[in-house]
Design a protein around this ligand. Structure first.
Ligand code: ATP
Ligand code: MG
Length: 461
């Protein structure tokens, strides 16, 4: 099958040039033929599928044309024509990235064959690039990566809300990518040219947080020798990222709620509120429902923040994301060097529970690259701590107290936790504990748990 292409022919030998040009045109290709390296360099940026260049072309050598083409348009294929016996030229050309070479004299059949091969290869490379682009687009949002259904759902939400001004509440364990998501939201919004201001509520003492957020006027309190803008003000026209929002104290929660509702702030010592145009994105690794039940977090503020809730799942609940993340981090930390990974090594990384989630996985990948001698990660390169926990089929570990413990009590506690996790759905809890349902029911009876809650499913047995 012939693929017509756009070809640049560079040769100072006019008769050979015409023969090549004619023969390629006859086969349906679009051809530009030039007689010098200088002219060739002017044409190179125009994006040819293929460049065929003689090595000896006077002013600028064919090697320079090759190098320049590869630098400007790496996907363009290059074929070099070398003099009979100049094998070192051919070797050098291949090292510089030529796809193939022809030795003079060659017949037109040989030329046609090499050209077909080069164009086919070029089409394949383009297809590959397109597929890779599609893959990355499907399985990422900005630089957040995930192939799992759970992350696909997160991306779908992000695509929908990024463009709006809706307040977003991001929840998830440490290292699940909350800040990454907040930044992605900003960069995909109409506010992308405005500021992105992050405030970590856990890092700033409660007493300073109010002035940090809302600012103050000179003389508002002892020590306020000059006015200071609050982060709300600094973020005007952009996004305010309120990290660890569960740490806001009661008084500040009220003030913050008012700012969210009225889109107005009142710096300390001011006499009139002022309008701010800020989109708020908040994040926490705490369970705000628990905090609300305990009375430490206002529910009215919660609902104001959670207009769009985004829950980032822990990595252990989306192990299928591990391979792509590993590829991404290996590439990121090897600075372009292609690094492969053996299936056994990947299996170990997949099986690990990752308490520090994606951040921990990234750190481990960075460390692996740092200590790697070759260009392939094997099981031996995986840190012992990861290996130990992965190879042990059960990642469950308990610290036994010195005075001993009742096995019955441990069993009961585990069963209660499984039931709570499944909202007292016994079939689900049994699956979770990997025991048949009648065994679970038997043990529940033994521990007096059978009547603890009504299970809608219970009637079926
Ligand atoms: N899905 C992902 N794809 C690529 N990188 C990720 C992903 N999730 C997290 N990361 C990377 O992991 C690291 C931790 O992410 P981030 O700081 O956003 O987590 P976090 O949820 O804010 O954690 P913490 O609660 O500890 O503040 C960052 O380097 C981030 O780039
Ligand atoms: Mg964070």
């Amino acid at each position: 099958m012939r693929t017509p292409g756009t070809i640049l022919v560079v040769d100072d030998d006019e008769s050979l040039r015409s023969v090549i040009e004619y023969s390629l045109r006859e086969r349906g290709h679009t051809v530009v033929a030039v007689g010098s390296g200088t002219e060739a360099l002017q044409c190179v940026p125009e994006g040819f599928d293929l460049v065929i260049t003689d090595v000896l072309i006077g002013d600028v050598s064919g090697m320079d044309v090759l190098a320049e083409t590869k630098a400007r348009s790496p996907e363009t294929a290059v074929i070099v024509i070398t003099a009979y016996g100049a094998i070192e030229d051919a070797v050098r050309a291949m090292k510089l990235g030529a796809l193939d070479y022809l030795t003079k004299p060659f017949d037109l059949e040989a030329l046609a064959l090499v050209v077909e091969k080069a164009l086919w290869y070029r089409a394949l490379a383009a297809e590959n690039l397109r597929l890779r682009g599609e893959l990355e687009e499907r399985f990422s949002f900005e630089n957040i990566i995930g192939v799992s259904a759970k992350m696909q759902a997160v991306f779908a939400t992000l695509r929908t809300v990024a463009g709006s001004d809706a307040t977003v509440l991001i929840t998830g364990e440490t290292g699940t990518g909350k800040e990454l998501v907040a930044r992605a939201l900003h960069h995909n919004s109409a506010r992308r040219d405005g500021p992105f201001v992050a405030v970590n509520c856990a890092a700033i003492p409660e007493t300073l947080l109010e002035s940090e957020l809302f600012g103050y006027f000179k003389g508002a309190f002892t020590g306020a020798v000059q006015s200071k803008k609050g982060k709300f003000d600094v973020a005007n026209g952009g996004t305010l990222f309120l990290d660890e929002v569960a740490e806001l104290g009661g008084a500040l929660q009220a003030k913050f709620l008012r700012a969210l509702q009225e889109r107005e702030i009142e710096p300390l010592g001011s006499t009139a509120p002022r309008r701010v145009d800020v989109r708020v994105v908040a994040a926490t690794n705490r369970d705000l429902h628990n905090a609300m039940n305990a009375g430490t977090f206002r529910s009215d503020l919660f609902y104001r923040l959670a207009v769009v809730p985004i829950a980032l799942p822990p990595l252990r609940e989306r192990q299928e994301d591990v391979p792509l993340l590993v590829t991404h981090f290996l590439r990121k930390h090897s600075k372009g060097r292609e690094i492969g990974i053996a299936p056994e090594a990947l299996a170990l990384l997949r099986a690990f529970q990752w308490p520090g989630n994606v951040r921990e996985l990234e750190n481990v990948c960075e460390r692996i690259v740092l200590f790697l001698s070759g260009d392939r990660v094997t099981a031996a390169d995986v840190p012992d701590a990861v290996k130990a926990r992965s190879s042990n089929a059960s990642a469950f570990s308990v610290q036994l107290p010195a005075e001993g413990i009742s096995l019955d009590e441990v069993e009961k506690a585990v069963i209660v936790q499984a039931l709570e996790r499944s909202k007292w759905n016994r079939a689900q809890a049994a699956r979770f504990l990997r025991v048949p349902r009648h065994i679970l029911l038997y043990r529940m009876q033994k521990f007096g748990l059978a009547d603890a809650r009504n299970d809608p499913e219970n009637t079926s047995e």
